[in-house]
Design a protein around this ligand. Structure first.
Ligand SMILES: CC(C)(COP(=O)(O)OP(=O)(O)OC[C@H]1O[C@@H](n2cnc3c(N)ncnc32)[C@H](O)[C@@H]1OP(=O)(O)O)[C@@H](O)C(=O)NCCC(=O)NCCS
Length: 146
């Protein structure tokens, strides 16, 4: 697998075996504004059944960023759980993570979907736009994150 280097210090790596699920769960449970209902088992299941996961790693191999995609592997993909830990933000890692997930991987020609509260401009750079009238969604009965 190809690993992308950022600033010669961070690796962007799509190896699913390298994902630190404990670090992922620690972020999602304490800091994410979305889907805080998940248990560690839920997150482990989502990682193990993901079509593709990408991690961001320091030189000491600490996972400081993550993204997950659900897909049929041919045509359509849903992007979820994108984050970079706060100490490592603002230096292009979020963009590199999305570049690896969306444009460098086998999903480069897929239709992608996602939800976001405030990172629309980041995703616009990767071709995302507001959906047109053909798109519908059935919300979960779980309360929407604020
Ligand atoms: C969003 C996030 C992954 C960006 O990571 P990052 O490593 O700081 O991103 P980058 O350094 O590559 O820069 C992101 C660019 O997107 C822009 N951006 C747009 N919306 C943003 C947002 N809500 N948060 C951060 N950056 C945002 C930044 O201003 C920056 O623009 P620039 O290149 O002109 O400076 C990170 O801020 C994060 O983990 N936030 C908390 C979790 C989250 O909101 N995830 C997204 C859920 S949809």
């Amino acid at each position: 697998m190809v690993r992308m280097l950022v600033h010669g210090r961070y690796e962007i790596d799509p190896d699913p075996d390298r994902i630190d699920v404990d670090a992922l769960y620690a972020f999602l449970d304490a800091e994410a504004y979305w889907a805080r209902w998940r248990t560690g088992d839920d997150v482990r299941h989502q990682v193990s059944t993901a079509w593709r996961v990408v991690g961001v790693y320091t030189e000491r191999s600490e996972m400081v960023g993550f993204a997950r995609a659900v897909s049929d592997g041919r045509d359509i993909a849903y992007l979820a759980d994108v984050y970079v830990l706060s100490d490592h933000r603002g230096q292009g890692l979020g963009r590199a993570l999305l570049q690896e997930m969306i444009e460098n991987g086998p999903g480069a020609t897929f239709r992608w979907m996602l939800h976001t509260r405030d990172a629309h401009d980041l995703y616009r750079r990767f071709g995302f736009a507001e959906p047109d009238e053909r798109v519908m969604e059935r919300p979960s009965p779980r309360p929407m994150p604020s």
